[in-house]
Design a protein around this ligand. Sequence first.
Ligand SMILES: [Mg+2]
Length: 389
Amino acid sequence: MKIKAVRTKLYQWKGPVKTSDTIFATPVSMLPFQADSQAAYRFFSWLVVEVETDTGIVGIGNAGLCPDVTKLIIDSKLKSLLIGENPLNTEHLYEKMYRSSVAFGRKGAVLAAISAIDIALWDIKGLALGVPVFMLLGGRTKTHIETYYSRLYTRDLPSLEAEAAHYKAEGFTGMKMRCGYPLTEGRAGMKKNVEMVKLVRDTVGDDVDIMLEAYMGFNFPYAKEFLKQLEPYNLRWVEELLLPDEIHLFAKLKEYTDTPLSGGEHAYTRFGFHDLIQAGALDIFQFDTNRVGGFTEAQKICTMAQMHGVEIIPHGGQMHNLHVVMSSFASPMAEYFPQTEIEVGNEMFWYIFDGEAIAVDGKLQLNDNKPGMGLTLKTTGLEHFNIIE
Ligand SMILES: [Mg+2]
């Protein structure tokens, strides 16, 4: 089998966007003169890559991170490395792409591009062998996948309470909320962030896990005091309190708290996670398979994490992460972005693919008989997209 063509498609959303009450801290929200600190972190496009073989099998990969740049990297740098190669040689092709781009790559958009291709190659492998990708990665380690509901973007307290109560009633036993008040709002903002957590805890009770997303929005002194104030609410984890490269500070924070710390959705490759492990920085790793280096790299990181007692709870739902969760004992659950109107970009994939797993009573199931990733591209309902090939 040989790779015949590599095609990229940039799906740009041109339809309505809900932005009214989505406020949360980001890395730029601590800077002065910010009119809209979330602007750099909303995204309304998604990249799809199709890898076509000479047997007629077409594998599908995707990238949500910086999709316009990711498209350019695949088209101008990676495509030519792949044509004529055997797509089943996933180890070889990962190394070929990684080593060919190492001078300008290793992280960010280049790794998103490599990841998108790697996911497509594993899709081809599954389709060619007639088994789902999770069977190739190690098969079932669980009867179903537990999920946690990931949204609660609002800082309007009645809306927050209503949303938390609704999704508890839907059967979710975990839910992730956001820090509505950035670093620049100081102690008063911290108090309001804690009040939001208290409200959700009072609403859902002690039997539902609450996760708190900080999205790289704070610094060490804030984080240290914040964790102290959050201690009574028994959070399942606090996520990305600091910048992803502040590995040494994450390790230091752990000396001041019993609350588990998570991160890694902006860490890349086995090398990035090796550094996190060596520093003892985090309790939970949240790589996204479509950023970290695809399935080829994700399965290596799962093994490393398992060896060091670190849980793997990938960023985002989506099939490429669910196959990893299903096949790894390191991974107890998956994130679940519900299908909603377009709001911050995390929901875009529901509008592009058919075959994504839908939560029932807060649980997901993968089909043992659906080969490959189990996804196809939607052919209808695309009128709100501008698709650039
Ligand atoms: Mg996150």
